[in-house]
Ligand binder design. Structure first.
Ligand code: NDP
Ligand SMILES: O=C(O)C1=N[C@H](C(=O)O)C[C@H](O)C1
Length: 233
């Protein structure tokens, strides 16, 4: 992802790279930048983002692992500093954010829903950030209806529950990223499948996010927040 960002920044005459940092570099390297982009690993992402916010620099986060408790802690830091905002994008693919939006729309109509996410074997975290975000939005859409029905959820093979939604993670060669949200109802199922077949799927969302992030206030989450996803007129 870092390399993809470097290429897109290089291609854009409006943008200039301040510094490209890896795990071996000192974080002081961000000082003086107009925007920090964090595409690292969930274990270090909160520290990087907090450092940038406290240095007065807006942040675009693509790293996974930003569940609601982590976002709540970040909101407190951003409010305390009363400075730049943070744009957190769990998935830069337009198709993925549409699929998550459709899943949120369907959530109130089904008692049962489970998520199957499949990624390349190099992915270090599970469940994926996209699956966590999707499960949390489904639970929020059903807030007055209660948790989803997940029978025998205490058995390990039934997946990890995120906001009551069972999530099953597969790591397989031959796959970039895929998520299927399966709803079960009376005499029917509904499956919403999104497949990322190449990293080029992230390019449009990255360009839009680089444009939007410097002027964001507070903590803003999701590509849907900067896209117009309303129904056609
Ligand atoms: N939002 C989205 O649409 C997408 C998000 N992602 C997420 O983005 C993240 C990165 O993915 P990906 O690029 O595939 O992962 P990689 O493992 O290829 O890259 C991780 C990068 O993080 C760097 N890093 C690790 N630790 C630190 C540290 N302490 N300080 C600074 N940099 C560090 C690594 O540096 P080094 O090379 O020195 O180890 C490396 O450059 C993941 O969380 C992934 O889930 C991925 C695809 C799409
Ligand atoms: O690591 C990846 O590859 C991806 N990570 C993000 C996630 O955890 O959801 C986004 C996308 O699924 C690719």
């Amino acid at each position: 992802m870092g390399r993809l960002f470097l290429r897109l920044i290089d291609d854009d005459p409006e943008l200039e790279l301040h510094a490209g940092l890896s795990s071996k570099d000192d974080l002081e390297g961000v000082v003086g930048a107009a925007l920090v982009v964090d595409v690292t690993v969930p274990a270090v992402s909160p520290g990087i983002v907090e450092k940038a916010v406290r240095a007065g620099i807006p942040v675009l986060v693509g790293t996974s692992g930003w569940s609601e408790p982590r976002l709540a802690a970040l909101r407190r830091v951003v409010a305390e500093v009363d400075g730049p905002g943070v744009l957190v994008i769990p998935n830069f693919s337009v198709g993925s954010v549409l699929a998550t939006t459709f899943a949120t729309m369907a959530a109130r109509f089904y008692e049962s829903v489970e998520i199957i996410e499949t990624h390349h074997p190099g992915k270090v975290d599970s469940p994926s950030g996209t699956a966590i975000r999707t499960a949390e939005l489904i639970a929020a859409a059903r807030r007055d209806l209660g948790p989803v029905r997940a029978p025998h959820a205490d058995q390990r093979a039934r997946g990890q529950q995120v906001a009551s939604v069972p999530v099953h993670s597969l790591r397989l060669p031959g796959i970039e990223a895929r998520q299927e949200v399966v709803f079960g109802g009376t005499g029917e199922t509904l499956s919403l499948l999104h497949d990322t077949t190449a990293q080029s799927a992230y390019e449009k969302g990255i360009r839009l996010s680089l444009d939007a992030a410097p002027t964001v206030t507070g903590v803003v989450v999701g590509l849907d927040s900067i896209l117009s996803l309303g129904a056609p007129e």
